[in-house]
Design a protein around this ligand. Structure first.
Ligand SMILES: *[C@@H]1O[C@H](CO)[C@@H](O)[C@H](O)[C@H]1NC(C)=O
Ligand SMILES: *[C@@H]1O[C@H](CO)[C@@H](O)[C@H](O)[C@H]1NC(C)=O
Length: 412
């Protein structure tokens, strides 16, 4: 019996070690911590797959647990006043500096859009809550964290439109005055899918003919920027990298547009482009837009163009149409649209499927004459900035946050 117990323990231990161990590149700091952290994500993902398979709850419904685990109720503290408001029908969490004496100076503002693949995440998660407070105190800024609605319950363009409505509402002179915000010092920012929304909003806003107040800056943290080519060198290199393996990113993309699994399968095979998107492939040509050192080892071949892709939702209103929409894929606009964009900060990570999305945008923005600060983290992985809370706190998250806030300090 005792021997049996020991055997069981050893077997369990080996299984656990085998399960947790993953080949993570040597240069990534705190590798074991990352493996452990990622084993939580992988386990949840397996459970989510299983749950969907047996019809208990859909995949994203289970993955949403991540959001709940880190959930907080944002409350005021001695330096930051926090209120929950509704801007044009959309929930926002508003962080304001507490006034000190007769401080009548106008303040900066940051509109922040959380990540989570348009399907997960919330302003009310501790890493986002902490980041917002830090921006308030470091920048003496008002931070508006937008609680946009999520896919798959609300497919594109609902999450985008929620964000756009909030931004339009906030950028009215009367509203800005109410919060003592300087109309000349407002930035939009976000990480991952939030970076996608931030880039899209920046583009659309400057095309509004009657928009008086414009953004001063956009800060995009490992943003998602295009859905046409899901086999860029970074997608290939980082296929199984924590925290965002390629399968999960493809899943986010497909769920953003449709719940039709045929589209997910087409995207997995990178065979989801239709004749409608074919003419836009030139905007995501990584052979042309990536620095030489990043595409040298890979041979460019354009994604396949397939007729009638996208299952039942195919056609003018289906997902094949949505992937061509720059409000979903901001990389797909011509240079003329990029030219008048506000100055940009783009953060990319080496070990991230989305690295090349960010890098291509940097090349294209610079080519169009936009001022860009590009910070590339050679040892960075996707989502790193969010790992600021014990026990999943990483040194790199601290460095990233400091550099990002410093850029805002100097440029906003
Ligand atoms: C991509 O760029 C390369 C040159 O860098 C060019 O030869 C190729 O035709 C381009 N392909 C597309 C689809 O734009
Ligand atoms: C790219 O093409 C060259 C020449 O055809 C070939 O030698 C090389 O193995 C290819 N590389 C990859 C990564 O497929």
């Amino acid at each position: 019996m005792r021997l049996g117990g020991i055997f069981l323990l050893v077997a369990l231990g080996s299984f656990t070690a085998y399960y947790i161990y993953e080949p993570i590149p040597e240069e990534i700091e705190e590798r074991w911590k990352l493996m452990l952290t990622n084993s939580f994500f992988r386990t949840l993902s397996h459970l989510a797959d299983f749950s969907e398979l047996v019809g208990l709850k859909d995949y994203m419904g289970v993955m949403y647990f991540i959001t709940l685990v880190e959930g907080v109720v944002p409350v005021s503290d001695e330096r930051v006043q926090v209120t929950e408001e509704t801007f044009d029908g959309v929930d926002v969490v508003l962080y304001q500096p507490k006034q000190l004496g007769s401080d009548s100076e106008l303040r900066r503002a940051v509109i922040y859009l959380h990540g989570g693949g348009w399907c997960l995440g919330s302003s009310r998660m501790s890493p986002y809550d902490l980041l917002a407070r830090e921006m308030v105190t470091e920048l003496n800024a008002v931070v508006l964290s937008v609680e946009y609605r999520l896919a798959p319950a609300h497919h594109f363009p609902v999450p985008y439109e929620d964000v756009y409505r909030v931004v339009k509402h906030f950028l009215q002179r009367g509203v800005l005055a109410q919060y003592s915000v300087d109309p000349g010092r407002i930035a939009v920012s976000g990480d991952s899918a939030g970076g996608n929304l931030a880039a899209a909003v920046s583009q659309q806003l400057q095309q509004e003919p009657v928009q008086q107040v414009q953004l001063k800056a956009q800060a995009l943290l490992y943003p998602v920027l295009q859905a046409l080519d899901l086999n860029t060198p970074s997608y290939q290199q980082n296929r199984d990298m924590p925290i965002l393996p390629r399968t999960l990113m493809v899943r986010f993309w497909s769920e953003y547009f449709t719940s039709d699994k045929a589209f997910f399968r087409a995207m997995m095979a990178n065979a989801h482009n239709s004749p409608e998107s074919a003419s836009l492939l030139k905007f995501v040509n990584w052979s042309a837009f990536l620095p030489e050192s990043y595409h040298r080892k890979y041979n460019y071949s354009a994604p396949a163009v397939v007729h009638g892709v996208g299952g039942e939702g195919a056609g003018m209103d289906g997902p094949s149409r949505s992937i061509t929409d720059p409000r979903a894929s901001p990389l797909l606009v011509p240079d003329a649209t990029l030219r008048s964009l506000p100055k940009a900060y783009v953060l990319t990570c080496e070990y991230d499927v989305l690295r090349d999305d960010g890098m291509m945008y940097v090349t294209r923005l610079r080519g169009a004459g936009v001022e860009v600060t590009h910070e590339h983290y050679d040892t960075g992985f996707h989502g790193a900035l969010m790992f600021t809370v014990w026990p999943t706190d990483f040194l790199i998250a601290r460095r990233m946050t400091d550099n990002y806030v410093q850029w805002l300090k100097e440029n906003l």
